[in-house]
Design a protein around this ligand. Structure first.
Ligand SMILES: [Zn+2]
Length: 138
């Protein structure tokens, strides 16, 4: 069944100094992920220093393209302000194997989603945050 209803208002995420770029890059249409200036690894979730080498991290734009690593369609109302159904997914970004985060898949037919399908980032405003979610990238 296609989900054609407009999305409900998003609950603003907590923003920290380390996560500010990730949550606000969408204001400029950019998904910003921290990258180590010493070993060049992309690091997520946001940290204070590279967990591999201790190097400094700088938020840098990624393509916003990735694939669905796994997903589920939630049909139960766990929060009074978040009406089901909605898709909870882990998306792996194209920049680096294992660079994944939990998100939602929007603008899609829930019944045709597949693991491995290409997706691209879109942003949904929530307070001062621009929450990165994904839609099918045909
Ligand atoms: Zn590093």
């Amino acid at each position: 069944m296609a989900d054609t209803a407009p999305p409900p208002p998003r609950i603003p995420p907590p923003i920290t100094d380390a996560s500010r770029a990730f949550w606000t890059g969408g204001a400029d249409g950019q998904l910003l992920i921290q990258r180590c200036d010493a070993c060049d690894r992309w690091i997520h979730p946001p940290e204070g220093a590279c967990p591999h080498c201790g190097g400094g991290l700088i938020a840098a734009p990624v393509s916003g393209k990735g694939t669905i690593f796994t997903f589920t369609v939630n049909r139960h109302q766990y929060h009074p302000d978040v009406p089901p159904p909605y898709v909870v997914a882990i998306v792996e970004l194209g920049e680096q194997p294992g660079l994944r985060f939990t998100t939602n898949i929007v603008n899609c037919d829930h019944d045709t989603l597949q693991i491995g399908a290409p997706v691209r980032v879109v942003f949904e405003r929530a307070g001062e945050a621009w929450v990165p979610v994904f839609e099918p990238d045909a």
